[in-house]
Design a protein around this ligand. Structure first.
Ligand SMILES: NC(=O)c1ccc[n+]([C@@H]2O[C@H](COP(=O)([O-])OP(=O)(O)OC[C@H]3O[C@@H](n4cnc5c(N)ncnc54)[C@H](O)[C@@H]3O)[C@@H](O)[C@H]2O)c1
Length: 281
């Protein structure tokens, strides 16, 4: 019978890494987080995340007990060697991820599973860092992790079937829903989400309707919780443009970013984080 891993490691204690640590520790795993930045700030992020969950009635064991299952270390070399799963959640920089994955493999036992939380890089290309790529796959969590239902499991070319199955079982035990996708640019989520956003921007550019009407079309007509332009504002137009450029290079002309998106990014109107995107925030 599948059981949640008793011992998990997370590399990178930023926004995603802390959410992932929270999601495993909540139902009982012991988690070690390796973070090269400010450890006190990372601890505070965990406490805040657990407190929010407790306030929503989503943390039956309570903040102190769950926080007590999480340990922080400053270096990958200090991770316990006997972890069953390592999730890498360092910034989206290929060279950094390759270096981190190789360092992880030097520390842990042969049968531990290694996952990357990359949102856009190819797990197959990252697997070159490892001696044993069969134990490696993508485990794409969404932000905020504790409240998000989906985990996109990305099967790299070399991932073994048993590793994919084991991770599917763990995701279900976390109370989340797994989907398994083959490693291809943008996976399932970004590829569809970005395409919808780009088409909405083209429609705005062509004067089909204003931003609010285009968003309402999807919210009320198709029951999307949020329209594609508002969602682009939240993600950040700069981030959307970078992903669209990447997908354009790999999947062709249909991902060519509209001029309006380029113009708004050049003007600094990159969305909610600066107070202006397709909407004023
Ligand atoms: N933010 C999102 O919405 C989101 C969603 C899905 C996936 N992702 C992916 O998750 C990953 C992390 O994103 P994030 O938003 O949490 O970034 P973040 O910048 O909040 O966190 C990254 C953390 O990694 C730490 N770090 C850097 N180098 C390290 C090293 N060598 N060892 C240990 N820690 C190290 C940094 O100090 C930082 O705290 C990226 O690959 C990103 O693409 C992000």
């Amino acid at each position: 019978m599948t059981q949640l891993p008793g011992r998990v490691a997370v590399v990178g204690g930023g926004r995603m890494g802390i959410g992932i640590a929270h999601s495993f520790a909540g139902p009982g795993s012991t988690v070690t987080v390796s973070e090269t930045g400010d450890l006190d700030a990372a601890r505070k992020r965990l406490e805040d995340s657990l407190t929010r969950a407790a306030e929503r009635g989503k943390l039956p064991d309570g903040v102190d007990v769950v926080a007590g299952r999480v340990t922080f270390v400053g270096a990958i070399a200090d991770l316990p060697s006997d972890v069953e799963l390592v999730v890498e959640a360092v910034p989206e920089i290929p060279a950094l991820k390759l270096e981190v994955l190789a360092a992880v493999e030097d520390v842990i036992t042969e049968d531990a599973i290694i996952a990357t939380n990359t949102s856009s890089l190819s797990p197959t290309e990252l697997a070159v860092a490892l001696d044993n790529p069969a134990r490696f796959l993508g485990m794409h969590f969404f932000n905020p992790v504790p409240a998000s239902q989906l985990v996109e499991i990305v099967r790299a070319e070399g991932s073994s079937e048993s590793v994919v199955n084991e991770v599917v079982g763990w995701v279900e035990l976390l109370g989340k829903t797994p989907i398994v996708v083959r490693d291809s640019p943008g996976f399932a989520t970004s590829r569809l989400g970005v395409m919808l956003g780009l088409e909405a921007i083209r429609m705005l550019e062509e004067g089909v309707a204003d931003a609010e009407s285009i968003d309402r079309a999807m919210e009320l007509g198709y029951r999307h919780p949020m329209g594609p332009l508002r969602s682009t504002d939240l993600v950040g137009l700069d981030i959307r443009l970078a992903v669209a450029d990447y997908l354009h290079g790999r999947l062709g002309e249909r991902f060519n970013p509209p001029q309006l998106l380029r113009d708004k990014v050049a003007a600094g109107e990159v969305g909610r984080k600066v107070g202006k995107g397709f909407y004023d925030w």
